[in-house]
Design a protein around this ligand. Structure first.
Ligand code: ADP
Length: 424
């Protein structure tokens, strides 16, 4: 009986022991799970530096160590990827052309801001992952990309957009790495070439105009020279008249060539030496040059200069501005007219005003007279020795100096040209 009691006591003690161990184990397990849940939650919340601590060196300690190593290397990879992504974005942003990378179905993989501007897509719209048909609001661009998408060739095309802009599209195939037979997408290079097309058209027009302007006096010179050659017995009076015409046309040619050269020089040379230039001093030199033509038309030439107005510029260019404006004022004013020049300072700007009471300029021509070879009355300008380049040259110089030129004019009442040039 006594033995049985002993055995029962032992069994009871063992059971209690097992129960205590189980409860402790369960408590510890709960603690470990809590730690695992807590750490994994914080890791998924991007808390880079959180680490798991399960205590001890056993299997759980090993698990925690491995988990911590995994998190560390995962975040290292994330950071590297993020840095690479940032690098890629910065490179794309600094490319002045529009870059668009698409997969074989036209889904956008990458795009930079310049491309968004060209395809008319708002900069803040996320289009990565979307199809080009969603992102591209310029129908013609979309049409061309769709046409060449997946092509094995490098495609190039220039198109005119509905709003008048010109765009160059270049499409290069992207091959699967190490396998040149599988195309996985395209790189689209978009370039807004509107400015280039405009300059090219201007250049073509200019060349056509120059050829035409040079041809007219040349035809006249060779015509009269031929007539003189063929008619040896021509009377002296007619002969002299023809020679005068040849002389006049040759002078016109010279003036044209001089003006064309000046214009091309101003366009290419922006670094001409600058000095302190006193506008009134320059005006006086121009007055000496134009006094004879003003007197021959009995035109009163006056200048009101406030004080010495100094600007930083090249004196030859300033002389060109004043000469062109005052010469025009004399040319386009009838006899006994008046030409007034005002030089003063306003808001740190030097102002030069040249007014006349001459023939005036029609409203619709006032903007266009600054274009090369534009003349209100071609025949009249030619008759008085104009080249149609004076105001284009003047405007170019003024713009190069950071200034502005405008005109106010009324027919039969006169014109006022106002030039303002910053003084610093
Ligand atoms: P041009 O050599 O023909 O004078 P400009 O470029 O100097 O060429 O001037 C362009 C045109 O502007 C002239 O042909 C003329 O029709 C008009 N114009 C310029 N200045 C005046 C002015 N003061 N009064 C009237 N018309 C002017």
């Amino acid at each position: 009986m006594g033995d049985i009691n002993n055995i029962e006591t032992i069994i009871t003690l063992i059971s209690i022991g097992i129960a205590i161990v189980s409860i402790r184990y369960a408590i510890n397990l709960k603690k470990y799970f809590k730690e695992i849940i807590n750490v994994s939650k914080r890791v998924s919340n991007n808390e880079h530096h959180v680490r798991m601590d399960l205590g001890g060196n056993g299997e759980l300690g090993e698990f925690a160590k491995n988990y911590n190593e995994m998190i560390k290397s995962l975040y290292k990879t994330f950071d590297e990827l993020e840095y690479k992504n940032l690098q890629l974005k910065s490179i794309l942003k600094s490319i002045s052309n529009g870059i668009l990378a698409i997969d074989i179905e036209g889904n956008i993989l990458l795009i930079n801001d310049e491309a968004k501007k060209i395809i008319n897509c708002p900069l803040d719209t996320m289009v990565e992952g979307r199809n080009i048909s969603f992102a591209i609001r310029e129908e013609e661009i979309l049409k061309q990309i769709m046409l060449f998408m997946g092509s094995r060739e490098n495609e190039k095309i220039s198109i005119k957009l509905e709003d008048g802009r010109f765009c160059r599209i270049k499409l290069d195939p992207v091959y699967l790495q190490n396998n040149k037979s599988i195309i996985i997408g395209s790189i689209v290079n978009l370039e807004d070439i509107s400015e280039r097309v405009k300059i090219e058209n201007m250049r073509k027009n200019f060349v056509a105009n120059v050829s035409h302007e040079l041809k007219t006096p040349l035809t006249s010179i060779s015509g009269f020279a031929e007539t003189l050659k063929l008619n040896e017995n021509i009377d002296i009076e007619t002969r002299n008249r023809f020679l005068d015409i040849i002389d006049g046309e040759a002078n016109r040619l010279r003036r044209l060539i001089e003006d064309i050269l000046t214009l091309s020089f101003i366009e290419t040379d922006t670094k001409k030496e600058k000095d302190d230039v006193d506008l009134y001093d320059v005006y006086k030199k121009v007055e000496d040059m134009l006094n004879i033509s003003a007197k021959s038309k009995k035109i009163e030439l006056n200048c009101n200069a406030e004080k010495s107005i100094i600007i930083k510029a090249n004196e030859d260019y300033i002389k060109q501005i004043i000469l062109n404006l005052v010469d025009n004022a004399i040319k386009y004013t009838q006899e006994n007219g008046k030409v007034n020049v005002d030089i003063y300072e306003e808001n740190n700007k030097a102002i030069l005003k040249v007014s006349d009471n001459g023939i005036g300029i029609p409203k619709e021509d006032q903007d266009r007279i600054f274009e090369r070879f534009y003349r209100v009355d071609k025949a009249r300008s030619r008759e008085i020795g104009g080249t149609g380049l004076g105001l284009a040259i003047t405007k170019h110089i003024v713009i190069n100096l950071g200034g502005n030129i405008s005109v106010e004019s009324e027919m039969e009442k006169g014109s006022t040209f106002i030039v303002s040039i910053p003084q610093n």
